[in-house]
Design a protein around this ligand. Structure first.
Ligand code: ATP
Ligand code: MG
Length: 608
């Protein structure tokens, strides 16, 4: 994904005109024009000023990063951030770093690391760059920077820019003030650098219990921005870290760690969601001071905020999604109803559809809600001319062609076929699906009415319809069980009317119905999914999202599918004629024992 050669136009630079423009592209264009980052050097790996200064001029025109915390599976909101960060790097001849923000010792697991890498790759992105034929992998772990972060903290202390505060958490909160009241200085604020350094080392050496002290940046307790009122930058926490084990009992705070991670990696544009806007002054304070102190190289990275994705009927919080998994509300992180990338994948959404969706929703600086149908429209646009057509009967009832044996001879199976793609790519021919028609046929229960409602054009006694791709038939009646339920529909086949033969048009019909031959149709489990929540904004304003769980979010039916569907490979997508898009489930489907998930219908039914 990253650019091939330095200075060369981005792989699709010629297409840039078609790319949606946004404020971030405006910023990057301006930075490139002004040469803001032209003097940067890159030593081949992340590192401090001394390290990077030994490097070559950075062949990457920009560096962005995607920095998830490995505490859950990625969701559709992350997809927006992935498409944005990797997409900008691709389009501008830059590099996007894949970085795990694993500075929090709790809640982080290898399973999540693996799932995150898998999701990014599946979406179509990678973290290798190749400049002048030299390949570099840009997969980084923030926990590898703990040593530097500690050093940065000591440097700030020495410069009089940080102090160890031993107020209780309650005192600290009270003295922070609020929007209308300035904060009050901590009694520990006046400690000398030497005192602070000694005390900070005691924190590091495990001499103080958890929570007994924090290291704070010394900025301004009266700042109108509360984030600038001496924010905590290191805390004591005895926890085993998945990467560094028990090496540390102090850990950096996110707001301290993140700008440093960016700077060590020579990131140029650090793109995050709007919640971090108020953190930007501290981001700048920190990287500017560390650069002045000679620890970080100039020019330093800058942070830019964009509006997070809010999608109707969906929650995008790893914590809440984890709750659904842990409480068994869904079958797992990749349940096809989950808005995780793994869930969307299993549901049948394609990387192309998700990329298209992200491109269409664009990037802005104000929060809004995107209608879920936008994602489905992108899916249909992607699959319309790609997904093979097939017939499936989802609510089957038996149709018996009572004159079949007389017309064709007992046991006859008539070979039928239809194109798999009504609009094959230019210059190609559609593949052909083969299936057979015999005396017994599966049709949809709703395609027969003994007493037809007004305007009904399908099967009712005396009416003729076409079995799609097969013959015209005339309905003669039905049989019912003791409860009056229709058990079989009866019809006669009209000879010489087969689709594609000269006689096909001799009998005019008003409807063609979908069907599957009883002889070669295969029983399939079909999972019909609906939205997981009934509320369009399930967790907005602190609402209890579990109160609006849709009790009918999945309905499983036994369907019959034509042979071309029964031999599908896992993950293969189809358009079931008249019903919509379906995918062979990547876990449970096996050729011959088909299991399909409904992705979405043919038209938008969400709005109704
Ligand atoms: P969550 O609350 O779900 O854990 P997060 O923002 O804490 O989300 P991170 O793992 O820190 O999750 O996110 C990695 C990146 O993805 C961040 O840069 C973050 O801004 C971005 N991101 C997360 N959620 C969204 C969203 N809904 N829309 C756009 N970007 C998002
Ligand atoms: Mg987070």
């Amino acid at each position: 994904m990253n650019a091939p050669t330095p200075g060369a136009p981005a792989p699709d630079a010629g297409k840039e005109d078609h790319k949606p423009t946004n404020f971030l592209r405006g910023i990057i264009d301006r930075d490139l024009e002004q040469g803001t980052y032209a003097s940067r050097r890159w030593a081949g790996s992340p590192g401090d000023a001394a390290h990077q200064q030994q490097g070559q001029p950075d062949p990457a025109r920009i560096r962005t990063r995607f920095p998830p915390e490995p505490n859950g599976y990625l969701h559709v909101g992350h997809a927006k951030s992935i498409c944005l960060n990797f997409g900008l790097a691709r389009d501008y001849g830059g590099v996007c770093h894949m970085r795990f923000d694993d500075t929090n010792p709790e809640k982080e697991e290898q399973e999540y690391v693996d799932a995150i890498l898998d999701a990014v790759k599946w979406l179509g992105f990678g973290w290798d760059s190749a400049f002048k034929g030299q390949t570099e992998s840009h997969l980084y772990y923030a926990s590898n920077y703990f040593d530097f972060m500690y050093r940065a903290a000591e440097a700030l202390i020495t410069a009089g820019l940080a102090y160890v505060d031993e107020q209780t958490p309650d005192e600290m909160r009270a003295n922070r003030g609020d929007f209308s009241t300035p904060g009050k200085d901590s009694p520990f604020r006046g400690r000398t650098p030497d005192e602070n350094l000694a005390r900070f080392r005691e924190m590091r050496d495990g001499k103080l219990p958890d929570g007994a002290a924090v290291l704070r940046a010394k900025i301004d307790m009266a700042s109108p921005n509360i984030n600038m009122r001496d924010p905590a930058i290191y805390r004591i926490r005895r926890a085993t870290h998945h990467n560094t084990g028990d090496t540390w009992c102090i850990y950096p705070m996110y707001t301290f760690a993140h700008p440093i991670e960016d700077a060590l990696e020579q990131i140029t544009h650090s793109i995050c969601t709007l919640e971090f806007e108020d953190q930007r002054p501290f981001y700048d304070w920190l990287v500017d001071n560390l650069a002045t102190l000679g620890l970080l190289t100039q020019p330093v990275p800058r942070q830019y905020e964009f509006a997070r994705l809010n999608l109707t009927y969906v929650i995008t919080s790893k914590r809440k999604l984890k709750q659904l998994v842990d409480e068994g509300v869904v079958t797992g992180w990749d349940d096809p109803r989950m808005p995780t990338i793994a869930g969307l994948r299993r549901r049948g959404y394609t990387p192309e559809a998700i990329q298209l969706f992200c491109e269409r929703i664009g990037v802005s600086k104000s929060d809004s809600w995107i209608d879920y149908s936008t994602l489905d429209i992108a899916l249909r646009d992607d699959l319309e001319n790609k997904a093979h057509r097939g017939m499936a009967v989802l609510d089957p009832i038996k149709l018996v062609l009572t004159n079949w044996d007389e017309v064709f001879g007992a046991g006859h199976q008539e070979a039928c076929s239809l194109p798999a793609l009504p609009h094959p790519p230019e210059g190609t021919e559609s593949p052909v699906r083969h299936f057979t028609l015999g005396k017994d046929v599966w049709i949809e229960r709703e395609d027969f009415e003994e007493v037809p409602p007004k305007g009904y054009k399908r099967l009712f006694p005396g009416n003729k319809v076409r079995l799609k791709g097969g013959y015209v038939i005339e309905c003669t009646g039905c049989t019912r069980d003791a409860d009056g339920q229709v058990t079989e529909v009866h019809a006669t086949v009209v000879p010489d009317t087969k689709s594609g033969t000269p006689g096909a048009d001799t009998v005019k019909v008003k409807a063609a119905i979908t069907w599957v031959g009883a002889a070669d149709g295969v029983a399939a489990e079909v999972r019909l999914y609906d939205r997981l929540f009934t509320d369009a904004q399930p967790d907005a304003g602190g609402k209890d999202f579990k109160a609006s769980l849709n009790p009918a979010s999945v309905k499983v039916v036994t369907a019959y599918v034509e042979p071309s569907l029964a031999t599908a490979q896992p993950d293969q997508k189809f358009q079931f004629e008249r019903f919509g898009y379906f995918v062979a489930d990547r876990h449970d489907h096996a050729p011959g024992k088909p299991v399909f998930n409904k992705i979405t219908g043919l038209k938008d039914s969400w709005a109704k």
